[in-house]
Design a protein around this ligand. Sequence first.
Ligand code: 5GP
Ligand code: ZN
Length: 114
Amino acid sequence: MEDCIFCRIAKGEMDADIVYSDDRVVAFRDINPQAPVHVLVVPREHLRSAFDLGEEDGELLARIFKVIRRISEDEGIAGTGVRILTNVERGAGQSVFHLHFHVLGGRPMLWPPG
Ligand code: 5GP
Ligand code: ZN
């Protein structure tokens, strides 16, 4: 997926503030952060959204959630509260069509807001 910005970041073809990387997963800071900590965790493999995940992706998903926990600990938000969010399709707010998990924290993350 040459025109996919998250594929390009994962391949090192585009700059990002990378906080974690392994053979299957890359994590980097969101360019437009919505909280003091706002990291995007993405699989290196191009999947359009969470709806492209199948049972064969169980290990990948376990890896992703392990990485999310590790980043939360490293960023000092694991104990105070973390929102893990993935948008599916435009109506939910998806604007980059490469599966990614938002990891948000460092401020009150109550839902619904207010
Ligand atoms: P979505 O709206 O698809 O759920 O989330 C996409 C996220 O990617 C947005 O929060 C947006 O700020 C972020 N984003 C878009 N382009 C880039 C980029 O080039 N670099 C980084 N680091 N984040 C990006
Ligand atoms: Zn991609």
